[in-house]
Design a protein around this ligand. Structure first.
Ligand code: PLP
Length: 405
């Protein structure tokens, strides 16, 4: 057995199931799950219609798909990335690659970057999407958790990293907009990191899968920062994105990686061996989805409606504001639950008393180098359920807080 497996940690939802095993959700109320970040809005009809064409579906199912993606999909992705992030003609042949959702791609990409013969460090935000940690661990690299907390407005604080540590860094994962904080990194913050990458020669893998769920200003990409610096080859930088959140299609398993052609070329080689080509009918549908904005605007409007309705209810008892982007809220709850494990205890009691399921913040983060866990005392709420359910959940959370304050 590969000894590195021993270093993989239980996934947050496994830990949540263990915490809640044996706990009875209040039987008088229908349970409302705000735990999983799984988009629930209906898929656009014009996209679903594509599967109704039996002839093209039959043809697609009868062929091995190409790992590099069909030209229509590559052009659609390159067109989206160029339009949306203000770039000068991203090359569809060399600078984009379709992937089966960002999760597998973020994980597999570490294999392209990490040198098995060299000790290395992989930086990631804390709290984080746990796939970054698993990718580093199985790549034989040591994860280093960069704090994102109130004092740095939830943006990764790289200032505490000294020269000795930078010299060991091979890979940096970013998550912008952040899960669970909703924080969007500014072009200045991204530019500073790219300058550090020039000095210390590491690769930046920017997870941007929430970039299309925004409220005031569309988030920038790591690729926008490259372009602002005049680096149209995106050296050492790649962005990951997906149709899961943008088009509310988490079951399609469709995304892209875009950026540095040298890294994309190696990733394509890796994927050819790995056998992770996107099925041809999904490639066709994905090309249409990347090319349309109307359904994305409708999707965004639904999220806006939820935040507008939920925030005033929660604000009576919690300090919680609009995120920059994404569909999560990340409130402190340790003023309501004053115990040694406030986020776990809050989660457990909320399910028992009010039949609302959330995720304890400390399950989404680690105790970092400064000795603190930025998720401690917080919970994550995913506003993915229909608006009436989100409102009902917010009212129950408010009632719960009143009873415990
Ligand atoms: C931060 C982050 N990255 C990546 C993913 C994976 O999404 P997908 O594989 O559906 O693109 C998720 C899913 O919830 C996520 O929260």
């Amino acid at each position: 057995m590969n000894p590195l497996f021993a270093n993989l940690q239980a996934y947050p939802f496994e830990r949540l199931n263990t915490l809640l095993a044996g706990a009875e959700s209040n039987p008088a109320l229908p349970m409302i799950p705000l735990s999983l970040g799984e988009p629930k809005h209906a898929a656009a009809e014009f996209l679903l219609d594509q599967y109704a064409n039996r002839e093209s579906l039959t043809a697609a199912l009868g062929t091995y798909p190409v790992t590099k993606g069909v030209p229509e999909l590559r052009s659609a992705i390159a067109g989206f990335v160029s339009r949306r992030f203000g770039l000068q003609g991203v090359n569809p042949d060399t600078e984009v690659l379709p992937v089966n959702g960002t999760r597998e791609a973020l994980f597999a990409f570490a294999q392209v970057v990490l040198d098995p013969g060299k000790r290395s460090v992989t930086l990631m935000p804390n709290p984080f999407y746990q796939i970054y940690e698993g990718a580093a661990v199985l790549g034989g690299s040591t994860p280093y958790y960069v704090p994102c907390n109130e004092s740095n407005r939830f943006s990764p604080d790289f200032s505490a990293i000294d020269e000795a540590l930078w010299s060991q860094v091979s890979l940096v994962y970013l998550c912008t907009p952040g899960n669970p904080t909703g924080r969007v990194m500014s072009i200045e913050e991204l530019t500073q990191l790219i300058e550090l990458s020039d000095r210390h020669d590491f690769v930046i893998a920017s997870d941007e899968c929430y970039s299309e769920i925004w409220f005031d200003e569309p988030p920038v990409s790591i690729l926008s920062a490259c372009a602002a610096m005049g680096r149209h080859d995106f050296a050492n930088c790649v962005a990951f994105n997906s149709l899961s959140k943008r088009s509310s299609l988490p079951g399609l398993r469709s995304g892209y990686v875009a950026g540095d052609a040298r890294l994309i070329e190696s990733f394509l080689l890796y994927r050819t061996y790995h056998g992770s080509a996107m099925p041809a009918h999904n490639q066709q549908l994905s090309a249409s989805a990347w090319g349309d904005e109307t359904h994305v605007e409708a999707n965004r409007a639904l999220y806006r409606q939820k935040f507008e309705a939920v925030l005033p209810i929660l604000n009576n008892h919690f300090e919680v504001d609009w995120p920059d982007a994404g569909f999560y809220l990340w409130p402190r709850v340790d003023h309501v639950m004053r115990s040694a494990q406030p986020d776990e205890d809050f989660t457990l009691a909320l399910l028992r008393e009010q039949a609302v399921k959330v995720v304890p913040g400390s399950y989404l983060s680690r105790t970092g180098p400064d000795g603190t866990n930025p998720g401690y005392g917080r919970i994550r709420l995913a506003l993915v359920a229909p608006v009436e359910e989100c409102v009902a959940a917010a009212q129950r959370i408010a009632t719960f807080a009143e009873a415990h304050l």
